[in-house]
Ligand binder design. Sequence first.
Ligand code: MD5
Ligand code: FE
Length: 205
Amino acid sequence: KHQALGPGSVLLRQRLNTQANPLMREITALTAEHPLQHMVTRGGHAMSVATASCGRYGWVSDAVHGYRYTTTDPATGLPWSPIPAHWLTLVRTLAEEAGYPGFIPDSALINRYAAGARMGLHQDRDEATLDWPVVSLSLGLPARFMFGGPTRQSPVIDVPLLHGDVVVWGGTDRLRFHGIRPLKDGHHSLTGPYRYNLTFRRVQP
Ligand code: MD5
Ligand code: FE
């Protein structure tokens, strides 16, 4: 049930059950207000993953400024919507199960992968504090997660991430390189042709 992926990382396989349907409905509502966007990296490449955020801080990128967190959505000019209260409760429980009690995220990133979408090896280090874990929820189509090490050259292990899986990445694993291999096409009864990934973070201490 609780599988250690690394010294600070825990995979909670198929942890989401009845929560998956309401999560998907709320994703649909949130992304109606804050449309999923293919953010552009510094240098001008559009990402294949489409993203939106909620919470006090949202993760954005554009060709001029690169990756950063903002309090307003560049697509609409509006403040990001609050993280739904029951998401906060769920995520706090999941983090506690993984050994990180008291987690209150101030940012939730919604990643949508269509067939062929991928995320190259990277570190999550745009946050002003690295003391808290990242809690990641997978919905819909399966993905192959690449779990690397402290450098880009470190060997990578492949971990399948399936509908309902939760991973909590903390401690010394917080800065490991990681990515997602190109999504295979398919159909899922809840998400259709997509994989959704929700990642919850603490951006400001
Ligand atoms: C995904 N998303 O499945 C992943 C899940 C992202 C991203 O990578 O940046 O949106 S979060 C995976 C993660 C986060 C923090 C640390 C580690 C993995 N790690 O140490 O391997 O779309
Ligand atoms: Fe990441």
